[in-house]
Design a protein around this ligand. Structure first.
Ligand code: ADP
Length: 158
């Protein structure tokens, strides 16, 4: 079974990393798909976001790769012959958004299903936008994002 994990990952944080590690045991192969055209403004280019994820993974999970994609996630999943799209759910409003999105994806591509994993307790409050805000204001984000992402954020905001 093949899955893709689409997202903006601007930047990757430990909530994403936890989800990737757990999902790598669920699928034979998992592709982390970095979206090039998010509606929101991004801090890191798509290439930088891919590199940050690859360095954080450090080649330790053999059935996971990281690529850039644009367009519809379901079309990209179909292109890769993936049967599933992975998403993460934090407590609160993630469910409404993900449910709505899953129904739309199902309408667009009925052969592809969405698999959601619940965020682990310690990562429930981690949002990429919040991480960027805290880093911009000089707060300590150690432990919330991989070490290479701490360095990359410090460099952006120095
Ligand atoms: P963010 O919401 O942090 O900006 P993305 O938009 O890149 O991240 O989200 C990609 C996917 O990862 C979404 O399904 C989102 O719900 C999930 N996700 C984001 N943060 C977490 C977290 N802390 N724990 C579990 N899943 C998460």
């Amino acid at each position: 079974m093949k899955g893709i994990y689409p997202g903006s990952f601007d930047p990757m944080h430990n909530g994403h990393l936890d989800l990737i590690k757990r999902a790598s045991k669920l699928f034979d192969h998992l592709t982390v798909a970095v979206y090039t055209e998010p509606e929101k403004d991004v801090l890191f280019t798509a290439e930088e976001r891919v590199e940050l994820i690859e360095i954080a993974l450090d080649g330790k999970i053999s059935n996971v790769d990281v690529v850039i994609f644009s367009g519809l996630a379901v079309e990209f999943a179909k292109k890769l012959k993936a049967e599933f799209i992975l998403r993460g759910l934090r407590a609160g409003f993630d469910f409404e958004l993900e449910f709505e999105m899953a129904l739309m994806w199902k309408k667009l591509q009925k052969d592809i299903d969405v698999v959601c994993l619940m965020s682990s307790l310690e990562y429930q409050f981690i949002y990429a936008s919040r991480i960027k805000e805290v880093a911009r204001l000089g707060g300590d984000i150690t432990g919330l994002v991989p070490n290479n992402v701490v360095d990359a954020l410090n460099l952006k905001f120095k």
